[in-house]
Design a protein around this ligand. Structure first.
Ligand SMILES: Nc1ncnc2c1ncn2[C@@H]1O[C@H](COP(=O)(O)OP(=O)(O)OP(=O)(O)O)[C@@H](O)[C@H]1O
Length: 276
């Protein structure tokens, strides 16, 4: 059974009301369907405004779609009792692009990472500290960092803290919404490497939302391309996507920056986030 099945999802936003007239509807997602298998990463590519983040919110249970169903671990996410919904939410986590606005600046790293543990697990103070320390080390930081506040971390370090919080409850699926887009190239590569390692060691599944073809190729098993709210290409083997002749796919590949001249001279593979 697939871990996640997205079935015929359509969604529209209503523009703001004016006096007595109700706002008109603008379609954002049209009959979107795909599945994610356990331990797999689906890379969801598309240019700005394609509807990727809206789809991510629908899958996270944050935006009820106007049509279609999201089946997670065999349950219809928008048609379950509150107790099951709470259990499903535990297995469904998210990392957003903006690592700074994703955390409360008044909370220490320990408080940020322990938030989901406090919601779902009744740990003693000692066990809670130990778990937070282990999670910090799992994302490449030190246990001693738990007393520090967000403003004392770099963007890359703070994104590691967001990842530590996302894996704290050992979820099944993490929606990664442009998780490296606000980082420099070196940190993009480091975070993508970390995410790949965590996927392998913890058996995680990802929906990796991005506009970056190179980054998508690093971490994904399968790739989908969205354009104007529709999936226009879906390849279960990521290496097949480059052969697509769909204009939206060609546009994405054409936007990939050429390799650094030094790498061309040395005959190396393209650098940047593709080579963890
Ligand atoms: N809450 C909202 N209310 C009204 N319209 C919205 C809302 N959220 C998004 N939209 C619109 O829906 C469309 C899709 O937006 P969405 O953020 O899902 O696209 P995206 O592919 O994630 O783009 P980006 O990569 O720029 O984040 C856009 O036209 C956007 O303006």
């Amino acid at each position: 059974m697939s871990l996640l099945q997205v079935k015929d999802i359509s969604h529209a936003y209503r523009s703001s009301k004016r006096l007595w007239r109700s706002g008109s509807l603008t379609a954002v997602l049209s009959k979107v369907s795909f599945a994610i298998e356990p331990g797999q990463c689906l890379g969801l590519l598309g240019t700005s405004g394609a509807g990727k983040s809206t789809l991510g919110k629908v899958i996270l249970g944050m935006e009820r779609p106007r049509q279609g169903r999201v089946i997670f671990q065999g349950h219809d996410l928008y048609n379950v009792d509150p107790q099951t919904a709470r259990l499903l939410r535990r297995d469904l986590q998210v990392v957003f692009q903006d690592c700074y606005s994703s955390v409360n600046p008044r909370m220490t790293a320990e408080q940020i990472i322990a938030e989901p543990l406090d919601n779902y697990e009744n740990l003693t103070r000692v066990d809670r500290k130990r778990r937070v320390g282990e999670l910090l080390e799992a994302v490449g930081l030190k246990a001693a960092d738990m007393q520090r506040y967000p403003h004392t971390f770099s963007g890359g370090q703070l994104q590691r803290i967001n990842i530590a919080r996302a894996i704290a409850l050992k979820p099944k699926l993490i929606v990664l919404d442009e998780p490296v887009s606000s980082l420099d190239m070196v940190n993009q590569t480091r975070i993508l490497t970390l995410l790949s390692e965590l996927k392998a060691t913890l058996g995680l599944s990802y929906l990796f939302i991005t506009h970056d073809v190179k980054a998508a190729h690093v971490i994904s098993d399968s790739l989908a391309v969205m354009k104007e709210g529709r999936i226009v290409e879906l390849c279960s083997d990521k290496n097949q996507l480059a052969a697509s002749t769909h204009p939206a796919v060609c546009e994405l590949y054409a936007s990939v920056l050429p390799e650094h001249p030094r790498d061309r001279l040395l005959g190396r593979e393209a650098s940047g986030p593709t080579s963890p």
